[in-house]
Design a protein around this ligand. Sequence first.
Ligand SMILES: Cc1cc2nc3c(=O)[nH]c(=O)nc-3n(C[C@H](O)[C@H](O)[C@H](O)COP(=O)(O)O)c2cc1C
Length: 129
Amino acid sequence: MQILVVYGTTEGQTEKIASFVSERLSGRANAFLSVSLSAAGREPDDIGGLEKCVANFVQASGWRPQLVHHVAGAFRYSAYGFLTRYVMKYKAYRRGAPTDTDHDYELTDWDDVARFADTFAGARTVTRA
Ligand SMILES: Cc1cc2nc3c(=O)[nH]c(=O)nc-3n(C[C@H](O)[C@H](O)[C@H](O)COP(=O)(O)O)c2cc1C
């Protein structure tokens, strides 16, 4: 069975996550993996914003994913232009996230991504003690 992993990326974090998921998938059906900073948030606005975003996407695309999963992305300051870096630094400050723009900060929970991929693929995970 062939799997098509469709993604869009600007700085490369979504591409990295899509590649990771691709490698772990053995195949079935479809899912929408949404990458955002809101996914790392705890505020009601974060969750509400994500739900609205998915609803807009479903309406605009006409695609009804069988599974929707939200994954936290990254602050990739090194990839931003001057203005974007300034805006993202401010967003980070508001969220209590790191604001040192000399470094990038990955908020992605890779264990969570692995669990998603394994569940999606119906894979059994063997844990060794
Ligand atoms: C210009 C810009 C706008 C963004 N807007 C949002 C946003 O509205 N909500 C959110 O949760 N994350 C937002 N993000 C964060 C991105 O979703 C996050 O950095 C993600 O890791 C980017 O993935 P990519 O590296 O594949 O482009 C924004 C990032 C940038 C640079």
